[in-house]
Design a protein around this ligand. Sequence first.
Ligand code: SF4
Length: 273
Amino acid sequence: MENVQNLSKEASELLDLTHNNKKDLVAMLAPSFIVDFDYPEIVRMLKKLGFKYVVEVARGAEMTNSQLLALTKLHPDRKYITNPCPTIVRLIKSKYPQLLEYLAPIDSPMSATAKIVDKEWPGLKKVFIGPCLMKKFEANEDRKELNILAITFRDLQQVFDIKKIKPRALLKLRRVSKKNEFDIIGGHTRLYPISGGLAQSSGITKKLTDAEYDVISGPNNANKALSEFLSKSELKILDILNCDGGCINGPGMNSKASLDERRKRVIDFYEKK
Ligand code: SF4
């Protein structure tokens, strides 16, 4: 049983928000959620916890893709580094400042989803739930104006434990009723948490030649790719994530499954879209 004292600051804040329905809450669920939780059971559990709406961050990722494609159309000769990973953004700021000008000036899927939610339901409290500890910094430092509370899947599981909210045990009990479905759904971008998901879901893999885009994950590979970025004259898009294999391997996940099993869960869910 989880103890309130063991909670992160952000998980405590969520717990506080759910007490006495202090504010209407919107859950923005990162696409790797399917590694740690079942759908649609997770929607039922979040609504039981007190969320009014539950949306897929994969929808915001569609906006990220559109913004990147618009940039490449506007500046076909420019090189870009993708920005959804806040660890990579910080690595560039601290170790490769000469590359800052190549970071694509676009919304990350979290920020894009927050904007969609604000338009749909103005004034509600947005809670991003994902696999990433660094998203807390993106929310609190980089995109403070969007007023997002960012927590991890591990934080969420701790809050579920405290509130004694459990998934229903038998599959046959999991009736898919309308109220257990996402209020805003994603599409191709459900592939985003797998390394290369951005390149594939945006269509870059078809639009550009092999030499014009690179897909990189893992800290060692990321450092190498960033140090070689300027010397690769044909390279136009560097799709880069810090965790090995992508966000499905993020540090805020509960799963102990292998990378292959995690990848399979994301692909299976993507194919159900
Ligand atoms: S790759 Fe890792 S560090 Fe980067 S956004 Fe995903 S979970 Fe966070």
